[in-house]
Design a protein around this ligand. Structure first.
Ligand SMILES: Cc1cc2nc3c(=O)[nH]c(=O)nc-3n(C[C@H](O)[C@H](O)[C@H](O)COP(=O)(O)OP(=O)(O)OC[C@H]3O[C@@H](n4cnc5c(N)ncnc54)[C@H](O)[C@@H]3O)c2cc1C
Length: 478
């Protein structure tokens, strides 16, 4: 199969690039090793649109974050997903936190961030009566969104504009060179030829580089663990609240984030680990998150946790170096027409669309791009926020999150429409079914029964997120 552009990785960044390039007369393929989109870091994060004050002035991260944040309301509206501009508070808990807080404010001004203000204890209490800070940095532009809905919507938008997705196909070989790459992916293997390759493989971007002889990048996995708290606590948190970050740590510190659906998220930790697939949650880290979360809101308890998960930062800085390296977005000098995206850690979701614009500019610098007349800038599928508002009189499948039969079937059809492989995790990511207090204890079976009846799936082949996670071992009755 021959394409103009092959994008490796169907995370938010790969999907945004594919959707952006689809505006031009280019045949585009996206190759993804997992069964569905958002199974990498794009589905394992805080879901915050960052304003851009955490990043070093003059860096690509700072520049693209400010652009991404300012453009996010329009991106969200074009994709039909919800964005809630909550604002955000970075809170100095002690006097010694004030100088670094002020430095953060000045850095934000240098980066051109709008809507920043230093606030005192009285204003902090006005923002949220539970907060006890001596000083705060208020950021008006910050907001929250659902990263699953966003990443899936980016994929759907690209697919609606003719991008072809190949899921469950791990890229293992790239031969040929500039203008004539030959990619082998998956088992059974498919062969894809492309003039351009865009390496948007997140944690594995360094390994994809090595397939074409580029050994300039080493990705150091740094895990961030989270807890999700019961929705009944949601009313206590109206805005994301962060501690003053420690520059050495390479994260923004353990923060509390209100999710769109009403849960509170605590995290992430920052632990350098040896294995890029080790998404474990450790007991000691869980205790540490609760303790740090309590500094921001005092009444959080372990019994409020309904789920824990982790993401893994693809860092270009080692544990010894700490801190952040800038994003790498460049055509490789060692392999022409091979574009490397490395170290796309936070704020990569905020920046996905400006990153895509930058990749488009790199290609446009090498060849004339001709616009397509039939390009649709807006996603036409249903608004994903419908998932939170079931229709009246419908059959509810997930009682905790009130997700209806129709919403489950819509999600299944949307998975199939982008060429992904239906899984329980994919259904859950798109609808929130199974994300409530019982974590699918009640609805998982009902979802499978519904899909067997209405979409003809074989329950014995239906998995959680891949071939090694089958939901059922066999039937107890014929
Ligand atoms: C703990 C944490 C918190 C974060 N919080 C925020 C936040 O609040 N706001 C924000 O803006 N950003 C945040 N981020 C950053 C954001 O999640 C990432 O920058 C973004 O998801 C990167 O998207 P991506 O598409 O580059 O990577 P990914 O989503 O990881 O996608 C890469 C894809 O490549 C695929 N792949 C890898 N190897 C191969 C192969 N050989 N063949 C085929 N496919 C392959 C993977 O399966 C994966 O799906 C956070 C990140 C972490 C870890």
């Amino acid at each position: 199969m021959r394409f103009d552009v092959a994008v490796i990785g169907a995370g938010a960044v790969g999907n945004a690039i594919a959707g952006k390039l689809a505006a031009y007369k280019l045949d585009i393929a996206v190759i993804e090793k997992e069964e569905d989109t958002a199974f990498g870091n794009s589905g394992r994060n805080s879901g915050v649109v960052h304003a851009g004050f955490n990043n070093k002035p003059g860096s690509l991260m700072a520049q693209l974050c400010v652009m991404g944040c300012q453009g996010f309301p329009k991106v969200a509206s074009d994709l039909g997903i919800e964005f809630r501009k909550t604002g955000k508070l970075v809170m100095a808990l002690r006097e010694e936190d004030i100088p670094p807080l002020v430095r953060l404010y000045e850095q934000g001004l240098a980066n051109g961030v709008q809507g920043l203000a230093i606030v005192g204890p009285r204003e902090i209490k006005e923002i949220n009566g539970n907060f006890n800070g001596v000083r705060g940095l208020w950021s008006e532009m910050t907001g929250v969104f659902d990263p699953f809905a966003y990443t899936a919507a980016l994929a759907e938008h690209a697919a609606e504009n003719g991008v072809r997705f190949f899921f469950g196909k791990q890229v293992t070989e790239i031969s040929g060179g500039a203008g004539d790459f030959r990619i082998k992916a998956g088992d059974p293997a498919i062969g894809i030829e492309a003039r351009w390759v865009i390496n948007s493989a997140g944690l594995y971007a360094d390994e994809i580089c090595r397939l074409v002889g580029i050994d300039d990048y080493v990705i150091h996995p740094c895990r961030g663990e989270y807890h999700i708290l019961d929705q009944k606590l949601g009313r206590h948190l109206n805005v994301p609240v962060y501690p003053v970050p420690n520059d050495r740590m390479g994260g923004l510190g353990v923060h509390l984030t209100p999710q769109l659906a009403g849960n509170i998220m605590i995290g992430p930790s920052a632990e350098y680990i040896g294995d890029k697939d080790d998404f474990a949650d450790e007991a000691a880290v869980m205790d540490q998150l609760i303790a740090e979360g309590r500094e921001l809101i005092p009444f959080i308890e372990k019994r409020h946790i309904i789920k824990s998960f982790s993401g893994i930062r693809p860092k270009l800085t080692s544990a010894k170096q700490g801190g952040f390296a800038d994003f790498v977005i460049e055509e490789s000098e060692k392999a022409g027409r091979f574009i490397v995206l490395a170290g796309i850690e936070s704020p990569g979701l905020t920046c996905a669309v400006p990153i895509a614009e930058k990749v488009k500019d790199i290609i446009a610098g090498k060849e004339a791009l001709i616009r397509r007349d039939d390009y649709r800038p807006k996603r036409s599928g249903p608004r994903s926020i419908d998932g939170l508002n079931p229709e009246k009189g419908c059959n509810i499948i997930c009682r905790c999150e009130k997700i209806s039969e129709r919403q489950i079937l819509d999600a299944f059809d949307r998975i199939v429409a982008i060429g992904a492989i239906p899984t329980m995790k994919g259904i859950r990511n798109r609808t929130r079914a199974g994300m409530g207090r019982c974590q699918g204890g009640f609805c998982a079976i009902r979802i499978v029964e519904l899909l067997e009846k209405k979409r003809g799936i074989d329950p014995l082949r239906f998995c959680w997120n891949g071939p090694e996670s089958m939901m059922f071992a066999g039937r107890t009755r014929p």
